[in-house]
Design a binder for this molecule. Structure first.
Ligand code: PLP
Length: 374
């Protein structure tokens, strides 16, 4: 048994959903468009290595990462597809990137000079374009000069150009999205007018794939969509997506009756009733559960609803077992997923916690042991 298999709390990730979603995506973008699956944030808590393995089997053409450690873990696990790193690395890591076959992102003339100096052999790089986010990326009017600098460098080779229009962050501004896409397209045209070949041209994260089919160009790099997080889609891109995050489960590590507490006074902030039965599960706010117990929070046990009782603790939660007197140590307690005929869906859990389903993925997936199904 691995150490995490001894821990009676886990989340469940459905790799069948990842397969399904990638097939849907392929049928939408066609076979002429490369799919670079974005696995940043450890695949939003689903585990980059396992998601990459499945996606590679399903014909993903490449991967995109934020942090280099996650990309290196995938290489160590045998992932061979091309890997793009978003701008999260320093030129001093050039040799390590060269060895692992990772392609960094450059945005400025200074980047080009520093990386070219740091590389010994040949390093394929991506040029990023900024459509208005003012993060990394060349502004459209700088793009052609940067591409020329890469093309005439000693060690760098232009593998592709990508942009990442800002689409979330609490503003949904369709004209602004369109303007960003136009800026990126104009910059690409300016680069191509110089005669420098741009093998990969990519500007579609999940929201753009579903809202702007005209922006597919010849590659797309959605991430969260592949994991089944919900996005709005225009009619030709409507499709069924299945969530990869399907379970949050634990087991009772203690059961006790409050019928005879002796002369111990319960802490005043506990809402206990005489005669109550209490259980404990080893899950708490260190594992992504909300720090403040949500009102009406509940879980499922033996197919029945059991209330969770605040306050929350770092690694423990109380379960009210009064209505399930047969509950015993070791019983499974389901916060997300099925228990008998009952089920708590991802949306229902998000409602309980008063967050979006997008927030649940990293909250749950990043700290808990994962069990893969499908
Ligand atoms: C995060 C990111 C993506 C993927 O975004 P999703 O919304 O998860 O599809 C694509 N491209 C870039 C540059 C990103 O940073």
């Amino acid at each position: 048994m691995t150490p995490s298999a001894l821990r009676p709390t886990w989340c469940e990730i459905d790799l069948g959903a990842v397969s399904h979603n990638l097939r849907q995506l392929r049928s939408l973008v066609g076979t002429d468009v490369a799919i670079y699956v974005c696995l940043k944030g450890d695949a939003s808590g689903c585990g980059a290595v396992e998601i990459a393995r499945r996606a590679e089997t399903e014909g993903a053409d490449g991967f995109a990462f934020g942090n280099v450690d996650s990309a290196l873990a995938c290489r160590a696990a045998g992932i061979t597809a091309p890997i793009l790193l978003y701008p999260t690395c320093l030129p001093e890591s050039a040799s390590a990137l060269e060895r692992a076959g990772l392609m960094p992102t450059l945005s400025t003339l200074e980047d080009v000079a520093l990386w070219d100096k740091a590389v010994h052999g040949e390093l394929p790089v991506f040029l990023k374009l900024d459509g208005g986010g003012f993060r990394a990326g060349a502004f459209p009017h700088e793009a052609a000069a940067l591409a020329q600098a890469i093309a005439s460098s000693r060690h760098l080779r232009l593998a592709g150009v990508y942009g990442h229009p800002m689409t979330s962050y609490g503003f949904e501004d369709e004209p602004y999205t369109v303007a960003q896409l136009e800026g990126i397209r104009a910059a690409l045209a300016a680069i191509e007018a110089t005669g420098i070949p741009v093998p990969l041209r990519m500007t579609s994260s999940s929201a753009i794939v579903l809202g702007h089919p005209e922006a597919d160009l010849n590659a797309v790099d959605p991430g969260r969509l592949v994991l089944g997080m919900p996005f709005e889609a225009i009619a030709p891109r409507q499709s069924e997506w299945r969530p990869a995050l399907v379970g949050l489960k634990s087991r009772l590590v203690m059961v006790r009756s409050l019928a005879e507490p002796g002369n111990v006074q319960p802490a005043p902030f506990l809402s206990l009733r005489p005669g109550m039965r209490l259980g404990l599960i080893p899950l708490g706010w260190s594992d992504g559960f909300p720090r403040k117990m949500p009102e009406q929070a509940f879980a499922l046990l033996r197919g029945r609803r059991v209330p969770l009782l605040g306050p929350t603790h770092s690694e423990l939660l109380r379960v009210d077992l009064t209505d399930v007197p047969e509950a015993e140590v070791g019983d499974e307690v389901v916060l997300l997923g099925r228990s008998g005929a009952a089920e708590i869906s991802l949306e229902a859990l998000a409602d309980q916690w008063r967050v979006s389903t997008h927030d649940l993925y990293p909250a749950i997936g990043k700290s808990l042991p994962r069990r893969y199904i499908g």
